[in-house]
Design a protein around this ligand. Structure first.
Ligand SMILES: Nc1ncnc2c1ncn2[C@@H]1O[C@H](COP(=O)(O)OP(=O)(O)OP(=O)(O)O)[C@@H](O)[C@H]1O
Ligand SMILES: [Mg+2]
Length: 464
C-alpha cells in the first residue's frame, strides 16, 4: 500500500514514517499540504494520512482537494483531542477514519490493518456481485438454467443489431421483459420504445392506432394523428400478440418490414420510417400460417431471430432464484421473509401454468399475508399442495431411485401396502387381509417374511 503522510511536526513525521516503513508500507512524508497536493496530482497513493492543523492550507481544505481529484483515495485525518468536531467534518468530507492526537504508531498501524481487511472485503464483494449478475441474470431477468443462459446469449448477440426478433412463449414467461432487454441494450436505447398489443382491437381501430390517420379520414377523425410506427421512428416498437392481427393488416405490416414506409389512414403520401421491430406471440405462428390464418411470408420476415422462452416448469432450477429475487422485491423494511424448506419444495413442484407472473402473484400475496418472517406450508395457497396422485408418483420415484433392483422395488411396495392395510384395519389381521384382497394365510406369511411387527388391535370405542 502506498501512503502519503502530511504532517508539519518533524518528530511526529519521522516516527510515523519509520513505524510504517518497518511494517512494509511504501511511505512518503511531506511537511506542507501545498507541496503534498502537487505530488498527489502526479503520483498514485492508496492512502493519505493528514494532519488537520497545517501551515499554508487547512487540513480540511486539503482533504476536499484530494477527494475532488481522486474520490477513491482513502483518507485518514489526525486531529487534536480538542477538535473532534473537525474530525466529524472530515468524515463528512469522505475521510475513512480519524485518529486523535496524541496517539502511538501502533494505533495507526491497527487502523491500516483494518483498512486492508475492509478493502479486501469490498473487492471480494464487487467480484461476487459481478459474478452473480453475469451468471444468473440479464438486467432484471432472473434465471441460471441452461435454457435461460441460452436466451441471454441470444439477447446479447441480437440486441446491437437491427434484426427483427420474434419472442415466443406462454403467458407470463417474461416476453415483455426480454423485449425491454433487447431495446435497452441496443444502440437505439435513447430513442423511443413503443409498446403495443395487437390483441382484441377492431380492424379499423388497429390500423389507425398503428399507422395514424389524416384529418377527416373517417367519422370522428377530427384531427390528424400520428400512429405508433411514426412515434417509434428511430427507436424500436414492441408488437405484442402479433398472432392476433387480421390478414389485411398483415399485408400492411409486411410493407413496413420490406419497404420501411407507412401510409396514414386516409392519407396519400408515404412516410419513411426507421424502426427496429420486436414481436411476441403465445401461439405457434407457423401453425397459424399452415391454417391460412397468418401470412407465411410475414412469418418468415418476423422470424429472422426467434427467441423461445421456455415455460417455468421446464426450468424448475430457476424457481428458487426467482423466488429469492421476488422475496427481496416484496419484503418490507420489517425484515426479509423466507420460505421454509418444505414450502419451497411445494413451489418447485408446482407446474405454474401462468409461469413467472403466477409465481410472482403468489409470492407477493403470501409475503403480504404472512405475519411471521418464516413462511411455512400452511401459509401457501391450497392449490400448491400436491394432489394425492402426484404425491404417489413422487413416492414411486423415490423408491425407484433408492432400490437396488426391481425385486427390491416390489418388496418395498409390498411392505408399504401391508403396513398401510394393517394401520387401516387398526391392527385387525383378518380385516387387513380383506382390505388387501388376500387369504389370511398368505397375509400371515407375508407379514412374517418381511418381519412386520403387528401392534395389538386397538380398541375403537375408546375403552381399554
Ligand atoms: N425471468 C424472470 N425473472 C424475473 N421476473 C420475471 C421473469 N420472467 C418474468 N418475470 C416477471 O413476470 C411478470 C410477467 O412477465 P411479462 O409481462 O414479461 O410476461 P409475458 O410473457 O409478456 O406475459 P403475457 O404473455 O401474459 O403478456 C413480470 O412482472 C415480470 O417482471
Ligand atoms: Mg406480455
Amino acid at each position: 500500500m502506498k501512503i502519503l503522510i502530511v504532517e508539519d511536526e518533524k518528530i511526529k513525521r519521522i516516527t510515523l514514517t519509520d513505524a510504517l516503513l518497518k511494517e512494509g508500507y511504501d511511505v512518503l512524508a511531506i511537511d506542507n499540504p501545498v507541496e503534498a497536493l502537487n505530488i498527489f496530482k502526479e503520483r498514485e497513493f492508496d492512502v493519505v494520512i493528514t494532519d488537520i492543523r497545517l501551515p499554508h492550507m487547512d487540513g480540511l481544505a486539503f482533504l476536499k482537494e484530494i477527494k475532488a481529484l481522486k474520490p477513491d483515495t482513502t483518507a485518514i485525518v489526525m486531529t487534536a483531542y480538542a477538535t473532534v468536531d473537525t474530525a466529524i467534518k472530515a468524515m463528512k468530507l469522505g475521510a475513512y477514519d480519524y485518529i486523535t492526537k496524541p496517539f502511538s504508531s501502533e494505533e495507526l498501524l491497527l487502523i491500516l490493518e483494518r483498512l486492508k481487511d475492509f478493502r479486501r472485503l469490498v473487492e471480494e464483494n464487487i467480484k461476487l456481485k459481478q459474478e452473480i449478475t453475469e451468471r444468473y441474470s440479464f438486467g432484471n431477468i432472473v434465471g441460471k438454467s441452461k435454457k435461460m443462459k441460452g436466451v441471454y446469449e441470444l439477447i446479447e448477440t441480437v440486441a446491437p443489431r437491427d434484426a427483427t426478433v420474434l419472442i415466443i412463449g406462454e403467458s407470463g414467461t417474461g416476453k415483455e421483459l426480454i423485449a425491454n432487454a433487447i431495446h435497452y441494450n441496443s444502440p437505439r436505447k435513447d430513442k423511443p420504445f413503443v409498446k403495443f398489443s395487437c390483441a382484441a382491437l377492431a380492424e379499423s381501430l388497429l390500423e389507425s392506432e398503428l399507422f395514424g390517420h389524416e384529418k377527416g379520414a373517417f367519422t370522428g377523425a377530427v384531427k390528424e394523428r400520428r400512429g405508433r410506427f411514426e412515434l417509434a421512428n428511430n427507436g424500436s416498437i414492441f408488437l405484442d400478440d402479433i398472432d392476433d392481427i387480421p390478414l389485411s393488416m398483415q399485408t400492411k405490416l409486411l410493407r413496413v418490414l420490406q419497404e420501411k414506409e407507412i401510409e396514414k389512414v386516409g392519407g396519400t403520401k408515404t412516410i419513411k420510417v426507421d424502426i427496429r421491430i420486436i414481436c411476441a406471440t403465445k401461439v405457434d405462428l407457423l401453425k397459424l400460417a399452415k391454417q391460412g390464418k397468418f401470412r407465411e411470408d410475414l412469418y418468415y420476415r418476423l422470424n429472422i431471430v426467434p427467441i423461445n422462452l421456455p415455460p417455468l416448469r421446464e426450468r424448475k432450477e430457476d424457481i428458487p432464484l426467482i423466488v429469492e429475487y421476488l422475496l427481496n422485491k416484496y419484503s418490507s423494511k420489517m425484515g426479509k421473509k423466507t420460505f421454509c424448506h418444505e414450502a419451497m419444495k411445494l413451489l418447485i413442484n408446482y407446474d405454474w401454468p401462468g409461469n413467472v407472473r403466477e409465481l410472482e402473484n403468489v409470492v407477493e400475496r403470501v409475503v403480504t399475508l404472512t405475519k411471521s418472517n418464516d413462511i411455512r406450508v400452511e401459509d401457501l395457497p391450497d392449490f400448491l399442495m400436491a394432489s394425492p396422485e402426484k404425491l404417489c408418483d413422487r413416492h414411486l420415484i423415490d423408491v425407484m431411485e433408492e432400490a437396488a433392483s426391481f425385486e427390491d422395488m416390489i418388496k418395498d411396495m409390498e411392505i408399504r401396502l401391508l403396513t398401510l392395510a394393517i394401520k387401516k384395519a387398526s391392527g385387525n389381521k383378518s380385516e387387513a387381509a380383506r382390505i388387501l384382497k388376500m387369504k389370511r394365510e398368505t397375509f400371515r406369511d407375508k407379514v412374517e417374511k418381511h418381519g412386520i411387527v403387528l401392534e395389538p388391535p386397538q380398541a375403537t370405542n375408546g375403552k381399554p
